[in-house]
Design a protein around this ligand. Structure first.
Ligand code: HEC
Length: 241
C-alpha cells in the first residue's frame, strides 16, 4: 500500500494540474490511476524515497524533504517542526517554514535566525515533524531525522556524488569527459577547460545540469531536494572541502 502511495505521490508531482484540484482523496487517486494507465508523461516508478530528509540550505536555514506532495497551509506552519541539538539542550526557534519546492511540493525551508549569530556548523540536530498534511489531506504523522549542519565535500557531498553520479562519471565510465569521484575532478573541466563546479557560482555547469528537468536531474533521478543540496553546497558553502 505504501508503495502505491509513493507511486501516486510521484504521479501527483508530474501532473501539476492535479495539485491545484480540490477533488477528494479517493477520487483523486482513481483519476491518478487512470492517468497512470493512459500514460501521462509516462512517469518512471522509482524506489520509494525516504520518509524524511534534512540538510542545511545555508548557515541559518534547513531544507526538509517529505516523500509526498504537501498541503501548503500545514507545511508552512512552523509550529509543526522542532529542531533539538542531538547532544540535548534547548530547541532552536524556527521563525518560518516555506514550501520552496513549487514543482513537486515536497521541500520546506525552515529559517533559524539565531544561527546567524551562533552558527552551529558541523553540529548534529534532530528534526521532528508533526502532522504536516499531504496534498490529499492525509497526515504524514510524526517523523524524525538526524542531520549535521553545514555542507562540505567530505560530508555529505562525497557520498551524494557516489550514489548519484559516479556510475557514469567515475573510473569505469567518464561521460562528458567528466569525473565526479574526487574533489579535484569535480572542480575540473569536462568537455572543455572551464571548471564545472565554481565555488559560489550557482550558474556553473554542474549545478545547472542538476536543475529540475535538466539532463543530469533526469539521468540521476534527482529530486528537488537534491538540486537544492548541490546548489547550496556550491553557493552558500562555497563548494568547500
Ligand atoms: C546515467 C548516466 C549519468 C548519470 C547518473 C549522471 N550523468 Fe552527467 N553526464 C552523462 C552523459 C551521457 C553526459 C554527456 C552528455 C551531456 O553533457 O549531457 C554527462 C555530462 C555531464 C556534465 C557535463 C560535462 C561537460 O563538461 O560537458 C556534467 C557537469 C555532469 N554530467 C554532471 C553530473 C552530475 C553532477 C551527476 C550526478 C547528480 C551526473 N552527471 C549523473 C551521464 C550521466
Amino acid at each position: 500500500m505504501r508503495t502505491i502511495e509513493h507511486a501516486l505521490g510521484s504521479l501527483l508531482s508530474s501532473c501539476a494540474w492535479a495539485q491545484a484540484s480540490d477533488v477528494p482523496g479517493v477520487l483523486l487517486r482513481a483519476i491518478m490511476l487512470a492517468i497512470l494507465l493512459s500514460g501521462c508523461e509516462a512517469p518512471k516508478v522509482l524506489a520509494p524515497p525516504p520518509p524524511l530528509r534534512a540538510a542545511s540550505a545555508a548557515s541559518y536555514a534547513v531544507d526538509v524533504e517529505f516523500d509526498v506532495p504537501l498541503d501548503r497551509a500545514s507545511a508552512e506552519d512552523a509550529s509543526r517542526y522542532s529542531l533539538i541539538p542531538a547532544s540535548g539542550g534547548t530547541p532552536a526557534s524556527i521563525s518560518s517554514a516555506t514550501l520552496v519546492d513549487t514543482l513537486y511540493g515536497r521541500v520546506v525551508q525552515l529559517l533559524i535566525p539565531d544561527w546567524l549569530s551562533s552558527n552551529p556548523d558541523t553540529t548534529d540536530f534532530d528534526l521532528t515533524v508533526s502532522n504536516v498534511q499531504s496534498i490529499t489531506g492525509r497526515s504524514t504523522g510524526i517523523r524524525a531525522v538526524r542531520f549535521r549542519t553545514g555542507l562540505s565535500y567530505r560530508a555529505p557531498m562525497r557520498a551524494w556524488f557516489d550514489s548519484n553520479c559516479d556510475r557514469c562519471h567515475g573510473a569505469a565510465q567518464q561521460d562528458g569527459s567528466y569525473r565526479t569521484d574526487s574533489y579535484a575532478a569535480l572542480l575540473g573541466g569536462g568537455t572543455n577547460a572551464t571548471a564545472n563546479v565554481i565555488p559560489g557560482d550557482p550558474m556553473c555547469l554542474t549545478v545547472v545540469k542538476c536543475k529540475p528537468h535538466n539532463s543530469m536531474f533526469n539521468a540521476a533521478n534527482l529530486t528537488y531536494f537534491d538540486y537544492e543540496l548541490i546548489k547550496n553546497w556550491v553557493e552558500s558553502f562555497n563548494a568547500r572541502f
